[in-house]
Design a protein around this ligand. Structure first.
Ligand code: ZN
Length: 133
């Protein structure tokens, strides 16, 4: 699942008219993620990501864009919290179907240095959403 998203990333590229753009880097691993977001009210109507880095950072970004597209800010905040729970080794999050394909990253929790890779796209999204309006 992780390699599939790494090789065939979903929602990779740029938006014609983004409302907010945020870039986030993880210098420990060399990962870079840029998130472009188009808002609909307080939610995310559409988004794209670009960047480079390890398979975990890029696959996590791909999975995240699929999951949050069309969701409200509150729903996205909840997903972000649950994904952080998953990365911190919360076993109940592994069974949380709302996380969708992101659950395939649960093994990353065993490697604290890689958790930053997995959270990079979420931090970029949070940054972009804070620039809304
Ligand atoms: Zn990485």
């Amino acid at each position: 699942m992780i390699l599939d998203h790494y090789r065939r990333p979903r929602n990779k590229g740029t938006l014609e008219s983004a409302d907010a753009v945020a870039e986030m880097k993880n210098p420990l691993c060399g990962d870079e993620i840029v998130i472009e977001v188009a808002f609909d009210g307080d939610g995310v109507a559409d988004l794209r990501f670009s960047g480079k880095g390890c398979s975990i950072s890029q696959a996590s970004a791909s999975m995240m864009t699929q999951l949050v597209k069309g969701k409200s800010a509150a729903e996205i905040a909840l997903l972000r919290t649950r994904f952080r729970d998953l990365m911190l080794g919360d076993l109940s999050a592994v069974d949380d179907a709302t996380l969708g394909s992101l659950r395939s990253l649960s093994g990353v929790a065993r490697f604290p240095a890689r958790v930053k890779c997995a959270l990079l796209a979420w931090n970029a999204l949070e940054n972009a959403m804070s620039r809304r309006g």
